[in-house]
Every structure is written in structure tokens, then in C-alpha cells.
Ligand binder design. Sequence first.
Ligand SMILES: NC(=O)c1ccc[n+]([C@@H]2O[C@H](COP(=O)([O-])OP(=O)(O)OC[C@H]3O[C@@H](n4cnc5c(N)ncnc54)[C@H](O)[C@@H]3O)[C@@H](O)[C@H]2O)c1
Length: 228
Amino acid sequence: MRQKRILVTGGAGFLGSHLCENLLTFGYDVICLDNFFTGNKQNIYHLLDKSNFELLRHDVTLPIYLEVDEIFNLACPASPIFYQLDPIQTTKVNVLGAINMLGLAKRVKAKILQASTSEVYGDPEEHPQKETYWGRVNPIGPRSCYDEAKRFGEAAVGTNKGIDRFTKNMLFDEKIGGTIHMAIGMSIPETGGKNESAVHWDMLADMSDGGEIYADGELIYENAEFII
Ligand SMILES: NC(=O)c1ccc[n+]([C@@H]2O[C@H](COP(=O)([O-])OP(=O)(O)OC[C@H]3O[C@@H](n4cnc5c(N)ncnc54)[C@H](O)[C@@H]3O)[C@@H](O)[C@H]2O)c1
């Protein structure tokens, strides 16, 4: 069985580089994606000659297509000195970066972890903050490019499962959580498939109400959740 391929965005940063190192010790294939805004090649230099490690210079604000099983979306300068250098870019990293990584996760059915921050609570009235507390954020404050954009990241991740209205436009509908997107067409002969159709159909199925997927006779997905 092949090892899981794991994408770590911001993989050359403080947390990302340690995460890459740990994932490699567990034997996973690791793709480290970074634009080196605050990260440094020195952080991952010792990993470069490992056969299960790949380094990609890329900016998460731009879409990318990769075949991966899991995504750790850490890309974003974490220190105020750096995230305040270019507030619009910081906003983009957390908004467009989150959207791009959610889109990728959706397309390739990858698990995703979005790095947020306690700064989403702004200048909070309660300590410690519970998940039920919504925060007190100044939208035009000096840290707003970070905390408001991180809040958006949480909104993007949090609302994905809540979208259940189909528009009959594949571009929108494929983003709905709990659906599965299939492109039915001519089978690849090597797989033993028998379908000879020359036409490709994009089909979307809502799996949330009793949907099941079996692989090699084993139930792997049920009611819109992977169960392996
Ligand atoms: N370190 C902390 O204490 C802390 C606390 C709360 C949240 N976080 C979050 O954890 C994540 C990682 O934090 P860190 O401390 O490792 O920060 P870091 O600045 O050391 O690392 C961030 C990495 O992201 C990369 N990056 C920045 N913009 C990018 C872009 N547009 N495209 C691709 N890569 C980009 C940087 O080059 C860097 O390698 C961040 O999302 C941060 O907001 C960190």
C-alpha cells in the first residue's frame, strides 16, 4: 500500500518545518510548499535529500493542483512584524490561501487542517476563550489584516458543510460538503473497466443521507464521512 502524501503549506516556517520533519519520520510522503516570505531554506535543508520529501516554491494565494491525501495549511507569516509589512498580502494569504486549499481538498478528497490563531478573538472580554465565544475584533486595527483574515479562514472552513442548496452549476455545486464528484467516461483499459463511452459526464451525488462507497468490498465512506 502506498504511503499517504501530505502537503504542508508554509512548510519552511517555524511550525511547518518541524511538522515536515515529524511526518517524514513516520514514513509519509511530504510536499513542502512555501514562498519563503518568512520561511527559510535552512529550516528544511536537512530534509532535501530525503526521497519522500519534495519542496515546491509557490504562493498559496494562487491555485495549485496536487494529488495529496492530507493538507496542513500553515502558510502565513505568524509574527506581527512580518504580517504587518504587507497587510493586503496577509489578508490574501488567509482568505485566498484558505479558499485555494479548501478547493484542492474538495477536489482530491483530502483531509485538511487550517492553522488559525487565538487572535481571531481580537481583544477578548473573557479568558480563556471558549469555542462558543465570538470575539471582539477591531476591523481596522493594526492587527486586523491577520485576525480578520484568519476569522474568514474559519468561516470558509466552518460553513463548507453547511452549504446544501444545489444550483445545478457544477462549478458551485462541487464545493458543497458531503457530495461526491465523478467524471464518467471511457474506462481506462488497464483498470478492467468496460465503459466505452466517448462522452464525459460530470456527476455530483449528495452522500449525506445514506450514501455509501465501497473499495475492495470494504465500506470506506458512509453518510458523507470517510470511516477509515
Ligand atoms: N507560531 C505561533 O505561535 C502561532 C500561533 C498561532 C497561529 N499560528 C499559525 O501557524 C501557522 C504557522 O506559523 P509559524 O509560526 O510557523 O509562522 P512562520 O512565519 O515561521 O511560517 C509561515 C510560513 O508560511 C510561508 N508563507 C507565508 N506566506 C506564504 C504564501 N503566500 N504562500 C506560501 N507560503 C507562505 C512563510 O514563508 C513561512 O515559511 C501560521 O498560519 C500562523 O498564523 C502560529
